[in-house]
Design a protein around this ligand. Structure first.
Ligand code: CP3
Length: 348
């Protein structure tokens, strides 16, 4: 495998808060339905078929790389994949997103959940990582990822996406023993899952706690922080880790306590203010509203300038969207975005 020096990658330099020649950028969900090449493959294969076929997963990972000129690739997979080998049946229903027909709501179900053997249970993922690393040939680094324990718990307890998280919070408040057992098991699995990705060649990690913003700071501290911290402390930290959540403005300091070299923020916060609250001993990632990409090049330009200014040219800013790219995003706007970020942030 071609080794890459950290200093060859503006993305890895920014993760470590070291000065880079320009602000690096990659985009959450950069491989996906907004690209015609992805849609063409999706006509032939289901989403899960694509994830489980290492050649296809590698192909889709690489689709946006040349076209967009981003500074990192992210492996094509899903946060829900490690749940299947734990014994939880996952389906992607048409227009419904992920669905768990047998949600996990009781202790006796939690006790039955299996601790995975990452390489044996998810060989397609580690193989896809190896293929992508070879194809990238050291040009840009590859990011591996997982969900955080809370976000995964919310999916399997609710049975899918949720509005108010009543069942998840119900277990948290009313059955703390079951909650602890579930969160412990998920944490253990995620450590194995992430370390397997690093062994296969992932050069950075992102932990997605997408839905944790539904909690109060006190509840985050009590019911979530110890488990996210356990995952972050349990992975091989010779690679940098990005800790991301949405609607997280009131949780940022506690997310930093849980850990991560980089904190990912959504567009609801001013990036500069969030960074000054967090302190400059951590890097920051974000935070263009993905909806801006549906507007005009002029508006994108205004927002890019605003975000770069609010980061103040400090080393340790990774440009990204505040959340995943939307399916109806014009590709030429994404290309323009990447060019602008590179151009406006270039150190002369
Ligand atoms: O960022 C990337 O390009 C890597 C691939 C990636 C996917 N999912 C592919 C995907 C990543 C990093 C994820 C993470 C993920 N998956 C999260 C956390 C990020 C976030 O958005 O908060 C979550 C919550 C999931 C669970 C999930 N998977 C949902 C809710 C959906 C349905 C979304 C929708 O818009 O239909 C998925 C499916 C999914 N995961 C798609 C892709 C490209 C769409 C599949 C398709 O229909 O082609």
């Amino acid at each position: 495998m071609v080794m890459m020096k950290e200093t060859d990658s503006p993305f890895l330099m920014a993760c470590r808060r070291k000065p880079a020649p320009y602000t690096p950028i990659w985009l959450m969900r950069q491989a996906g339905r907004y690209m015609k090449e992805y849609r063409a493959l999706r006509r032939k294969y289901s989403f899960l078929e694509m994830c489980k076929n290492p050649q296809l997963a590698a192909e889709v990972t690489l689709q946006p790389i040349e076209q967009l000129g981003v500074d990192a690739a992210i492996i094509f997979a899903d946060i829900l994949l490690p749940l299947e080998p734990m014994g939880i049946r996952l389906e992607f229903a048409k227009d419904e997103g992920p669905v768990f027909r047998q949600p996990i709501r009781e202790m006796k179900q939690i006790e039955k959940l299996r601790i995975i053997e990452a390489e044996e249970d998810l060989p397609f993922l580690t193989e896809a990582i190896r293929i992508v690393r070879k194809e990238l040939d050291g040009k840009i680094p590859l990011i591996g990822f997982s969900g955080a324990p809370f976000t995964l718990a919310s999916y399997i307890i609710e049975g899918g996406h949720s509005k108010n998280y009543t069942l998840t919070k119900g277990m948290m408040y009313q059955d703390p023993v079951a909650w602890d057992c579930l969160m412990e098991k998920l944490s253990e699995v995620l450590i194995l899952y992430l370390n397997a990705q690093i062994r296969a060649g992932a050069q950075a990690l992102q932990l997605f706690d997408s839905w944790v913003g539904c909690l109060s700071p006190t509840d985050y501290e009590k019911y979530v922080l110890p488990y996210s911290k356990k995952v972050i402390d349990g992975v091989d930290r010779s690679v940098p880790l990005i800790h991301f959540a949405t609607t997280s403005s009131t949780l940022l300091e506690r997310m930093k306590q849980a850990g991560g070299d980089v904190i990912g923020v959504d567009w609801r916060v001013d990036l500069g203010k969030a960074w000054s609250c967090l302190g400059y001993d951590v890097a920051i990632q974000g935070n263009l509203d993905p909806v801006i990409l549906l507007s005009s090049v002029h508006l994108i330009q205004k927002e890019v300038k605003r975000i770069l200014e609010s980061a103040g040219g400090r080393p340790g800013h990774i440009f990204n969207l505040g959340h995943g790219i939307l399916p109806n995003t014009p590709v030429d706007h994404v290309v323009a975005l990447v060019e602008m970020v590179h151009q406006y942030s270039a150190k002369k």
